[in-house]
Design a protein around this ligand. Structure first.
Ligand code: HEC
Length: 151
């Protein structure tokens, strides 16, 4: 997601939007976010005490989230793929394309929280818990502004 910051100019290139059908783009985007959800799931369970803390597992989930921050979101945010364009197929609000700077800000906060998580994930539950809480807050903050409640 960090590459998002560097790649927004690409959104202006119309050819990119035509590389795949809008629905293909939305499905890929949802897949990307499902990866975040998958990695976050066990971290949240550990933080809540629903799952035993496991330093190696926590480090792996954190590292996977970090790896995904290097994935450029530019193609996933092709114009013409909001929930106004594709009703029932995506929860991405038109606000994303109207306020790309706002999306960038949320993405920056998210990336910082992932980095923070990586610095403490193997250091024990007391360190993991606040880092996961902080990270979850950055997920929610972006969803509040840019994701519809339902499909
Ligand atoms: C920069 C904004 C942003 C951040 C940060 C973000 N998300 Fe999302 N997320 C979205 C948007 C937009 C969608 C809707 C995508 C769509 O439906 O096309 C979404 C969708 C999802 C979905 C739904 C997939 C589905 O089946 O509907 C999950 C799960 C998810 N995000 C998890 C997370 C988690 C976990 C984090 C933090 C670790 C996170 N997201 C961080 C913007 C964000």
């Amino acid at each position: 997601m960090r590459r998002l910051l560097l790649s927004l100019a690409v959104l202006a290139a119309p050819s990119l939007a035509l590389a795949q059908s809008p629905q293909d783009v939305a499905e890929a985007r949802i897949g990307y976010f499902r990866l975040l959800g998958l990695e976050m799931h066990d971290l949240a369970a550990m933080a809540k005490g629903e799952k035993d803390y496991d330093a190696e597992a926590a480090k792996t989930h954190a590292a996977n989230l970090e790896a995904l921050t290097h994935y450029s979101m530019a193609a996933l945010l092709a114009p013409g793929t909001s929930n106004a364009d594709l009703p029932g197929k995506t929860r991405a609000l038109p606000a994303i394309w109207e306020n790309m700077e706002g999306v960038q800000e949320k993405a920056e906060a998210y990336v910082a929280a992932v980095q923070n998580l990586n610095s403490v994930a193997g250091e024990g539950l007391d360190q993991l818990r606040p880092a996961v809480g902080k990270l979850g807050g950055t997920c929610k903050s972006c969803h509040d502004d840019f994701r519809a409640k339902d499909f």
